[in-house]
Ligand binder design. Structure first.
Ligand code: PLP
Length: 508
């Protein structure tokens, strides 16, 4: 055990309230505060160049140009930027991010966008096409996730239904707001709580933060799956919903959804399966014979789900599906206004106006891919992921976390995995750093199924591990930040740093 680790282990025994008091105290000492600010400022200044590569290369606009630029100039400058940015994701060097990415598919979606660019489902009378596309994307996704079996023999108001949102985060936030309002109205719960495994996406924290719901996180088991027993213990009178992931973002493992959703059903509370990542993969993986436990509406306790069309649904960025068991539950998501001078108003999701063209593109992606297309893509992705898993396990010093399908997290007991990640970055790779425990993951997409990509990944990873082993004294630039994120108990200081980073993003 090294020193920072020992320090963390000791500090982890200190009650959080005492820690934040210590942090407040440290920050209140002017000398320390100045030192801290200097350190963070110099670190951020070091990042600025990489974040703003076009300064001095292309015109910048902090004010409107007096006279508009020509279309040629605008398109010309954008093409230059695209040229610079495209190869990393196109060549499969990136974890997740672009899930299909073949030029033919992109060109097709772009044509669909062009045909529908003025459409807005807020005006259902003007664009009944947008309404049709939305309803059909929801229906197709619901069917894929067990709705037809779940609906059999049930009255229409208990059927699986849903809405299209702008992304996974919005789907999750809509569902949590829905449970909050449902629980208040039907159970009189005014201090709502949600219970989620530590690995569930942080969009649930965001929902908790926005909607005044208490988040209760439960540590996962040694297999990186939700701990059912500990989850049961975390429930109380104020619990409105339990959450499980299929699979989780960090480690790609599927929580025991059947047991968790039964806990919820017995208590007559909600259960949300977050299938943002797996919704368009797992149904096909099961058909291909991969071991996929039940996770969808075939389980009677599952009352809502999220599935991202803009991930493995292969749509353009900006759409996701949220689904509910029954229209009564969904109605708590809706907003209506009857008193406003602007007229009678209703809106199903957070946005008012919505991009009809993106909804059309999601519809086009689903109907042009079809079941056979999703099966074929899933087969290629899972075969590539299997090769990558085998390759990682064969590298001395590395281990795979849990038993994942297509999101593969790996760590090490002998090298600093963040330094390995940094060596991978130097070779052009963009992987995700994880912490608690320290690990790195790659989310395998269609980009990695191109010939030679998996081999190149494993070759570079082997070389990266060897380099770090051979140069233990070498300091990284970002590695210490990741290391700190995992170990420094002073969350406020880190949070301040991240806010400054966001400030930096908004600088012209
Ligand atoms: C990506 C993801 C989300 C959030 O989706 P966004 O589209 O990025 O908002 C939520 N849950 C899981 C499991 C995800 O992988």
């Amino acid at each position: 055990m090294d020193l920072p680790q020992l320090g963390t282990n000791l500090l982890n025994r200190v009650p959080p309230r005492l820690l934040s008091a210590a942090e407040r105290y440290l920050k209140s000492v002017p000398l320390l505060r100045n030192r801290l600010e200097k350190e963070t400022d110099s670190m951020l200044a070091g990042l600025e160049g990489d974040l703003k590569p076009y300064r001095g290369q292309l015109p910048t606009f902090a004010t409107l140009p007096t006279q508009g630029l020509s279309h040629e100039q605008v398109l010309g400058e954008m093409s230059q930027m695209k040229e610079k940015e495209e190869h990393r994701w196109k060549d499969g060097l990136v974890s997740g991010a672009v899930y299909h990415g073949d030029s033919e598919h992109i060109d097709f979606l772009n044509r669909v966008y062009a045909l529908n660019s003025q459409s807005n489902p807020l005006h259902a009378d003007l664009w009944p096409s947008a309404t049709k596309f939305e309803a059909e994307v929801v229906a197709m996704t619901a069917h894929m996730l067990g709705a037809t079996e779940a609906n059999a023999g049930r009255p229409p108001e208990q059927h699986i239904c849903g809405a299209l949102s702008s992304g996974g985060t919005e789907s999750i936030m809509l569902a949590m707001k829905t449970y909050r309002d449902w629980a208040r109205e039907t159970k009189g719960i005014t201090r709502p709580e949600m219970v989620a495994p530590s690995t569930a996406h942080t969009a649930f924290d965001k929902a908790a933060h926005y909607f005044g719901i208490k988040m209760v996180r439960v540590p996962v088991g040694p297999d990186y799956r939700a701990d059912v027993k500990a989850t049961r213990k975390a429930l109380n009178r104020n619990t409105i919903v339990i959450i499980g992931s299929a699979p989780s973002f960090p480690h790609g493992t599927i929580d025991p959804i059947e047991e968790l959703s039964e806990l919820a059903r017995k208590r007559r509370i909600g259960f949300h399966t977050d299938a943002c990542l797996g919704g368009f993969v797992l149904p096909w993986a099961r058909k291909l014979g991969y071991p996929v436990p039940e996770f969808d509406f075939r389980l009677p306790g599952v009352t809502s789900m999220s599935a991202d069309t803009h991930k493995f649904g292969y749509a353009a960025k900006g759409t996701s599906v949220v689904l509910y068991r029954g229209t009564a539950l969904r109605s708590h998501q809706y907003f209506t206004a009857t008193e406003w001078p602007g007229g009678i108003y209703f809106s199903p999701t957070f946005s008012g106006s919505r991009p009809g063209a993106l909804i059309a593109a999601a519809w086009a992606s689903l109907v042009s891919t079809g079941e056979e297309g999703y099966l074929d893509a899933t087969r290629r992705i899972l075969e590539t992921a299997d090769a990558i898993k085998r390759g990682i396990r064969a590298i001395p010093g590395l281990h795979v976390l849990g038993e994942p399908l297509f999101v593969i997290a790996f760590g090490s007991d002998i090298v600093d995995i963040y330094k390995v990640m940094e060596r991978m970055s130097a070779r052009g790779w963009s992987l995700n750093g994880l912490h608690k425990p320290a690990a790195v993951h790659i989310c395998v997409t269609q980009r990695h199924t191109q010939p030679g990509v998996a081999e190149r990944f494993l070759e570079d990873l082997r070389a990266a591990v060897e380099h770090v082993r051979a140069n233990p004294g070498e300091k990284g630039t970002m590695a210490p930040v990741y290391g700190m994120a995992g170990t420094v108990p002073f969350r406020g200081i880190l949070s301040d740093l991240l806010k400054k980073y966001m400030d930096l993003l908004y600088k012209v």
